[in-house]
Design a protein around this ligand. Structure first.
Ligand code: SAH
Length: 230
């Protein structure tokens, strides 16, 4: 399955920490994380840790990527929205497990790097958007799943906007809390509202923008218009 010893070790760690979906483990085994990390970080690409990428952002910890992916319970037919393209790694993991991924990023440089990686790896079911994803991407809604990969404030306004973009039965997986620490939470949209369950504590870089964290001094740098990056 996995092609090199560090990758095999990573897969063992993911199993030990409760990842049971063979499909998710198989995609992680087949996806070269070393192509998604920053130059010079290839030797630690299979560590089970988040790593720095350009624009002061991070590629998420593999365990968190696996948990978020598993929580969507994908069957292959879904359209999934990702907030925060970053390196593109999470979208690459989703790619074989669903029909289409729409991923929005506020940094053009990161979006362009991710597009180049997808082209290199033959990944052709990810549509990239540039703009403020703190409001979701209402123009393309509804979605079967939404992954927020930046720390989302726990306000009804923010969460409500995402839930409205979900199809009934769809799931939103998001780290909710302050910029300092969050709970990874699954919201499932039901006929009567939604149900939640908590997966673990986690720490993501902040969601910036209109519905993002209010304490980050980087907030003014967010582009305001959404544009199709592909
Ligand atoms: N999913 C990524 C991890 C991304 S880190 C991966 O697999 O590598 C979080 C990303 O969210 C960063 O790239 C950051 O720029 C982006 N981000 C933060 N606020 C955003 C917003 N309002 N809209 C779009 N992207 C945002």
């Amino acid at each position: 399955m996995a092609s090199n010893p560090p990758q095999e070790e990573l897969l063992r760690a993911l199993r030990d920490q409760g990842i049971t979906s063979e499909q998710v483990l198989d995609v992680i085994a087949k996806t070269p994380r070393e192509k998604f990390v920053a130059a010079g970080q290839e030797s630690v690409a299979y560590n089970n840790t988040a790593l720095p990428i350009d624009c002061d952002q991070t590629i998420s910890q593999p365990l968190i990527v696996a948990m978020m992916t598993e929580a969507l319970e994908l069957t292959g037919t879904e359209r999934v929205l990702e907030i925060g393209t970053g390196s593109g790694y999470q979208a690459a993991i989703l790619s074989p497990l669903c029909r289409e991924i729409l991923s929005i990023e506020r940094h053009r440089e990161l979006s362009e790097q991710a597009a180049a990686r997808f082209a290199d790896l033959g990944i052709d079911n990810v549509r990239l958007f540039l703009g403020d994803g703190s409001l979701g991407l209402p123009s393309e809604a509804p979605y079967d799943g939404i992954l927020v990969t930046a720390a989302m404030p726990e306000t009804n306004e923010t969460i409500g906007a995402f839930l409205r973009q979900l199809r009934e039965g769809g799931r939103l997986v998001a780290p909710v809390g302050s910029a300092k620490g969050q709970t990874l939470r699954v919201y499932e949209r039901t006929p009567h509202g939604y149900e939640t369950r908590d997966l673990c504590e986690c720490r993501f870089v902040p969601l910036i923008g209109e519905h993002g964290q209010t304490t980050d001094d980087d907030a003014n740098a967010a582009p305001t218009d959404t544009e199709d990056a592909t």
